[in-house]
Design a binder for this molecule. Structure first.
Ligand code: ADP
Length: 242
């Protein structure tokens, strides 16, 4: 065993808010270079799961292994420095800063001791990577919606994460923007980045995810290859019931 350590391996993960168990005995693993979809109706625990994995919330129980190391309960900046990055459901860019400064802030969080020249070079590459070349001095507040999304992604990618968590990153895009967004995520996979994404846009889930798990009331109710999961009767029921 163990020639192929999973990038992310979760076991027995639990988090309650008062009497409400938002994430209940959750377990799954994600292999190197995989895109894993995290599906389920509103309130099923998806964002809580991402918050636990990224250290925004502390779990009540369970292990979360990132490249074999248990990160459960570590502070989010420490988890970030171990190679995990994320985006948020509501785009979080700093409106008072331009694009370059926004990415610099992301870098500082993930890789605080990078020499300035190297950081500047990296920022140029990132701006180009997400399709914002030439916009480095534009204030984030002036960006269109999709460009804000691009910037948020660049910030998450700043330190070259091994694992990227996307919380409805494709939400709210029009059809042509959605195609661009899907291509961009595909290109990250091609670069070897492992991705877990929470997504309601089923066309995007079909286009991107190798495997999916489905949550309902905090529990995993289905897991498997995307096409199989999306045709599973229990999954359809959970969505219709949500
Ligand atoms: P999803 O992302 O699938 O919509 P969430 O993880 O946001 O679901 O929420 C799961 C459940 O946990 C919901 O019932 C929600 O109201 C509850 N919840 C989430 N965050 C908190 C919190 N900080 N305090 C209390 N309840 C919360």
């Amino acid at each position: 065993q163990d020639t192929q350590t999973a990038v992310l391996e979760i076991d027995g993960l639990r988090r309650a808010f008062g009497g409400l168990v938002a994430v209940n005995d959750l377990g799954f693993s994600v292999g190197q270079g995989e895109i894993m979809g995290l599906l389920g109706p509103n309130g099923s625990g998806k964002t809580t799961a991402l918050n636990l994995i990224s250290g925004v919330l502390r779990p009540d129980a369970g292990t979360i292994r990132l490249m074999g190391q248990n990160i459960a309960g570590l502070a989010s900046y420490r988890i970030a420095r171990l190679g995990l990055a994320r985006t948020f459901q509501l785009v979080r860019v700093l409106d008072g800063m331009d694009c370059r400064e926004n990415i610099k802030a992301g870098l500082a969080f993930q890789k605080p001791h990078l020499p300035v020249a190297e950081a500047e070079l990296r920022i140029d590459t990132l701006l180009h990577r997400v399709g914002l070349a030439g916009h480095d001095r534009r204030p984030a507040a002036d960006l269109t919606y999709i460009d804000r999304k691009r910037l948020e992604l660049a910030r998450a990618l700043a330190a070259g994460p091994r694992l990227l968590l996307l919380d409805e990153w494709l939400a709210g895009l029009n059809p042509s923007e959605l195609a661009i967004g899907i291509d961009l995520i595909r290109s990250l996979k091609a670069d070897g980045i492992t991705i877990v994404l929470v997504e309601h846009v089923m066309a995007a889930v079909r286009a991107l995810c190798d495997r999916c798990i489905v949550m309902s009331s905090g529990r995993k109710i289905a897991e498997g290859a995307t096409a199989d999961v999306l045709s599973d009767a229990a999954v359809v029921k959970a969505y219709l019931g949500g």
